[in-house]
Design a protein around this ligand. Sequence first.
Ligand code: UDP
Length: 246
Amino acid sequence: MSGHTDMVLVDENGMRIDGRTAEQHRPFKVEAGVLNNADGSAYVEIGKNKVLAAVYGPRECHPRHLQDPTKAIVQCKYNMQSFSVSDRKRPGPDRRSIEISKIISEALEKVVLTELYPRASIDVYIEILQANAGTRCAGLTAASVALADAGIPMRDIVPAIAAGKADGHVLLDLNKEEDNYGQADVPIAIIPSTDEIVLLQMDGNMTREEFDYGIKMAVAGCHELHELQKDALKRRYSKKAQEGSE
Ligand code: UDP
């Protein structure tokens, strides 16, 4: 998010470097139930981002001092693989991955019926296989499908996407160049049934009007992504039902 570049990010016709208009998101792909040995799993692509999520639980929470006698806790581990970015990333947790794990856990705790499982932990693992800006959104989108795939009771499934600003234009779903050289990045996640926002971060600067417009675009993008999340779960369960009847 430097805001300074000679690169033209939005041309005189309003076209972005990957051929999108300001309000267009990158292609989405959502699959549920992609791993055999997790309780639930999902695979998501948002453009060139490729993300896997796996869920275990609810199970007894360890270490025990983290247990909450009134509800389950959601423990998310976001991990960016070394090979997911162009400059090899040093393996292991860093400040950024700890922050992203925390905000994703908090967003998921807003939809999971944690009160049904006192003292338990619901463990969510997010692996970034390929990154191109927007991995926290792709990770949260995948994690909520994986939770539903694990059969964990939830109020809704959470989709997430970023809005932002580059070359003075408010844009939906920033790619890596727009994220690196643009003026603002605002990832959001919503509960689609109520439009409540469960994740909102902001890097950079926008006017109040630009912010409102960006949020409106991102909420619309979230609803599109939500349809694909539901379709992925329907495909998963119709396949299971078919296997069961054979
Ligand atoms: N990135 C990278 N190396 C890192 C961290 C990030 O190359 O160690 C890239 C990656 O493409 C990522 C983008 O920078 O998607 C933007 O990172 P940010 O922290 O804004 O999070 P994200 O947009 O992925 O949620």
